[in-house]
Write a protein that binds this ligand. Structure first.
Ligand SMILES: Cc1cc2nc3c(=O)[nH]c(=O)nc-3n(C[C@H](O)[C@H](O)[C@H](O)COP(=O)(O)O)c2cc1C
Length: 278
């Protein structure tokens, strides 16, 4: 199950997706057995996140509106990262910026103390009227090029399928120096409260409902020449196998852990059985 991606050795290709397993410090026996943990999104300043409701279950998935609640890079770096470093897994920091400069500052602060960075380009760019970075191939390329100058560690860009063909943004990111791409972040979604006749929640859809979209995106970008991390609706070893066949080098498990924190261990076991049975 060992694999080498971005020049780094991982104990297996099953990682934990950003935002769904906190910092991996609660279920350490799970964290220690996966290939890597993507941290929840880290911003320059601490964020309290959104008011409730933050999570709403839908048919085959869930809508979340957590709003990037996190302690900010300073507290993460001082108090949380040292604890994470004791885990027996790779640490990939999910970097969430609201300006192009945020990404550079956060990466600069953490460089050489983690294994890799994942740039979350789904946030609104406040310098460009709140339009999400991931919608603009030029800005994404600029962010990657700037981050590239401050770190030699692998830089992965987490793409969104919300706005446009991720192939266009993905290709520009790779040309600008990205070492890999993860696909996909949650999809824009909402639910209505018909009793109160108002919007119940607007947020990001995840879970099995988005797996076919994520799979399509991985397959579409498979010839870009960089490793791809498949993310979206993975619930079983068979799902992982499907992503690997579609062109992913590894996968990340998200919503499945909200239902069962031990799901990654079952998934690893199932994948092992599938890959050794030929
Ligand atoms: C509660 C929750 C919080 C999330 N937080 C982040 C985040 O901070 N940064 C990020 O890039 N993605 C975040 N995501 C997206 C997941 O990492 C993943 O891309 C998405 O949920 C699809 O995978 P899944 O269907 O396996 O959950 C979050 C998802 C959920 C459900």
């Amino acid at each position: 199950m060992k694999c080498r991606i971005f020049g780094i050795d991982f104990k297996n290709p099953v990682f934990l997706a950003s935002g769904t397993f906190e910092f991996g410090l609660i279920y350490k026996n799970v964290s220690n057995r996966v290939g890597a943990i993507f941290t929840k999104g880290i911003t320059l300043q601490p964020r309290k996140g959104n008011p409730p409701p933050r999570v709403h279950e839908t048919a085959c998935g869930l809508i979340n509106s957590v709003g990037l609640e996190n302690p900010g890079v300073e507290v993460f770096s001082r108090d949380i990262l040292p604890q994470m470093r004791k885990l027996k897994t790779r640490i990939i920091v999910n970097v969430a910026g609201f300006t192009p400069d945020d990404f550079v500052k956060i990466v600069g602060e953490l460089d050489s103390r983690v294994d890799a960075f994942e740039l979350n380009v789904s946030c609104p760019n406040v310098k460009k009227g709140g339009v999400a970075f991931g919608r603009d191939p030029d800005i994404c390329a600029e962010v990657v090029a700037n981050v590239r100058r401050v770190t030699k560690l692998p830089v992965i860009v987490k793409l969104t399928a919300n706005f446009c063909d991720p192939l266009i943004v993905g290709r520009r990111c790779v040309e600008a120096g990205a070492d890999g791409l993860s696909l996909i972040n949650t999809l824009h979604a909402m639910a209505f409260d018909i009793d109160k006749k108002r919007v119940l929640i607007k947020g990001g859809l995840s879970g099995p409902a988005i797996k076919p979209v994520a799979l399509f995106c991985v397959h579409r970008l498979k010839d870009l020449g960089v490793p791809l991390i498949g993310v979206g609706g993975i619930m079983s070893g068979r799902d992982v196998y499907e992503f690997l066949l579609a062109g992913a080098s590894a996968v990340a498990i998200g919503s499945a852990t909200l239902r069962d924190p031990y799901a990654p261990l079952r998934i690893i076991k199932e994948l092992k059985r599938l890959t050794t049975s030929g």
